[in-house]
Ligand binder design. Sequence first.
Ligand code: NAD
Ligand SMILES: O=C(O)C(=O)C[C@@H](O)[C@H](O)[C@H](O)COP(=O)(O)O
Ligand code: ZN
Length: 362
Amino acid sequence: MTDYLTLETEGDHGPVLVGRGLITKLDEILPELLGDKVEQLLIVHQPTLGAISEDVRALLAPKYRRVLMAEVPDAESAKRVQVAEFLWQIMGQSDFTRSDAILAIGGGAVTDLAGWTAASWLRGVKVVHVPTTVLAMVDASIGGKTGVNTNEGKNLVGAFYPPAGVVVDLDSLAALPRNELVTGFTEALKVGFIHDHEILDLIEADPQKATDPNSEEFRRILEIAIRYKLQVTSDDLTEQGGREMLNYGHTLGHAIEHSERYQWRHGAAVAVGMRFVAELARLSGRLTDEEADRHTRILELLGLPTQYPAGRWPTLLSTMKRDKKARGAMLRFVVLDAIGKPAIMQAPDESLLFAAYQEIAS
Ligand SMILES: NC(=O)c1ccc[n+]([C@@H]2O[C@H](COP(=O)([O-])OP(=O)(O)OC[C@H]3O[C@@H](n4cnc5c(N)ncnc54)[C@H](O)[C@@H]3O)[C@@H](O)[C@H]2O)c1
Ligand SMILES: O=C(O)C(=O)C[C@@H](O)[C@H](O)[C@H](O)COP(=O)(O)O
Ligand SMILES: [Zn+2]
């Protein structure tokens, strides 16, 4: 078998395998993750992953009674209840039972959709994720947050539903467009800010190497981020405490995505969101100027956005009120007390929020 790293955890979450060439070994890996009871498999994939998914289907066909394929719309347009309904229909018409399973191949939009479809079908069938974007590898495929958007906002419907396993094949990044790679990298950068400055140091030392999927630095960053996500979500699957810290930059980030009708990449919106909370922390005396400026500097080094139009504030503020961390009318933000020390800021004054927004407004 190809050389790979297996990260195990306690609880319902399956192992995370990280390596190269793993997709071509799914006929050996999948039965180990799913057990030998599975008869039917539904492969859910994005249009861009059509050829890879067809190869996977051919590889797995001798192992299962039936391997079904479902291509879903690209990117965020997959995260709609109507697309889950399309998958429910395929499963219903195939007599898909609790001994059958879903295999998701693609970015975070697909793992979120397929994860929720698995959680909801018959109240739960097994799911294995094969993430093919940096974002999905370090974040979306791990930890069991699944869901879809509604007209009112991002990820408003979903479930906590850990996968039976995650197969991270670094070879699958070969054709990922640079913009997807860099914007998805934001979630690894987030881990640098909230948990381990080694990620920040590696980016500052050489941003090109840090974001090159063939470099040692990239692999090291991926491993730190994956281990951290697995640890935090195993300790607090349902976000009663520590897991909230993974939402660093997301309160404003999600509002920007919504305001842009999902034409902005998730990672790009979170990049602006992280700069916003860094300014919030600086203005409230939690972060030093140097620590807040480090956010802007690193985001710029990576070519990520750091600004958003001034006139959008009223809309963003009202959308943020539907953030899952809000309690009643009280907004809550993940901020830093120092690099690696995240905390919750409860009900900040609207004038403070506006002042922080002024710092990032274009
Ligand atoms: N559940 C979680 O914990 C969690 C965490 C972070 C983000 N998310 C969600 O993930 C979504 C964003 O995920 P994403 O950034 O992976 O975007 P995505 O799934 O929309 O994929 C981005 C684009 O890359 C293409 N693509 C995917 N893999 C490719 C490959 N190997 N080669 C070439 N093209 C490829 C896709 O077709 C798509 O056009 C958002 O909806 C976000 O809310 C969820
Ligand atoms: O896993 C988590 O918990 C996260 O918050 C990770 C985020 O990067 C991710 O974007 C998540 O989907 C956000 O979830 P939401 O609960 O804020 O909708
Ligand atoms: Zn995110």
